[in-house]
Design a protein around this ligand. Structure first.
Ligand SMILES: Cc1cc2nc3c(=O)[nH]c(=O)nc-3n(C[C@H](O)[C@H](O)[C@H](O)COP(=O)(O)OP(=O)(O)OC[C@H]3O[C@@H](n4cnc5c(N)ncnc54)[C@H](O)[C@@H]3O)c2cc1C
Length: 161
């Protein structure tokens, strides 16, 4: 995972690094609003996220997003969600993951009839990847998803689980 496939897509930071080097090499008075040398140096030391870190940052966003989907979506809401998921599956910056996700979308298109259906569908999609990677499966029930990825006031469910 990551490595070549990740670099080929948009994980590669070579261009950005070059741009930063150019800014950094300018005399301090010419650096404008781009930050001082210390800030730029620290940006350059950061590496782009690899596929694991990227996934770890992305799944919580996807789950949270499904939890904020309307309870009773309109046709417009459904359209927005399908566009988002399809576009995401094409642009996700880990090529192997994106290709795989596109295949899964064909087998099981997003369930957009309600918030619960969308949240559970997202959870199941995550489990499909978990299974492929030999990770434990998550119990895809709404309360459990909300407890893990929802807002802090949902903590009252801890005792039920
Ligand atoms: C769309 C997509 C496709 C991916 N495809 C691949 C791939 O093909 N190959 C690959 O190597 N990596 C892939 N990844 C990355 C991979 O899924 C993991 O994100 C990565 O391996 C880091 O795993 P992790 O164990 O830290 O936790 P993650 O799997 O990132 O999960 C983050 C947290 O979500 C919770 N969680 C776990 N499972 C579920 C679930 N089913 N529902 C709700 N919450 C859950 C847990 O609290 C967990 O700590 C993909 C990521 C995404 C977003």
């Amino acid at each position: 995972m990551g490595g070549k496939d990740c670099d080929e897509y948009i994980c590669s930071n070579d261009k950005e690094e070059q741009q930063l080097k150019e800014i950094f090499n300018k005399p301090s008075g010419l650096q404008g609003n781009s930050g001082g040398p210390t800030q730029i140096q620290s940006i350059m030391k950061e590496k782009p996220l690899n596929a694991i870190e990227l996934g770890r940052s992305t799944w919580p966003l996807l789950h949270r997003l499904s939890l904020s989907y309307p309870q009773q979506p309109t046709e417009k809401d459904k359209e927005k969600a399908i566009t988002l998921i399809q576009t995401f599956s094409k642009l996700y910056p880990c090529k192997i993951c994106a290709n795989d996700f596109q295949g899964e979308l064909k087998k099981s298109p997003p369930a957009l009839e309600s918030r619960e259906k969308f949240a559970i569908w997202m959870c199941e999609q995550h489990n499909i990847v978990n299974r492929k990677l030999g990770k434990p499966e998550f119990k895809c029930i709404m309360r459990r998803i909300e407890l893990t990825h929802g807002t802090p006031q949902r903590k009252e469910w801890t005792s039920i689980l």
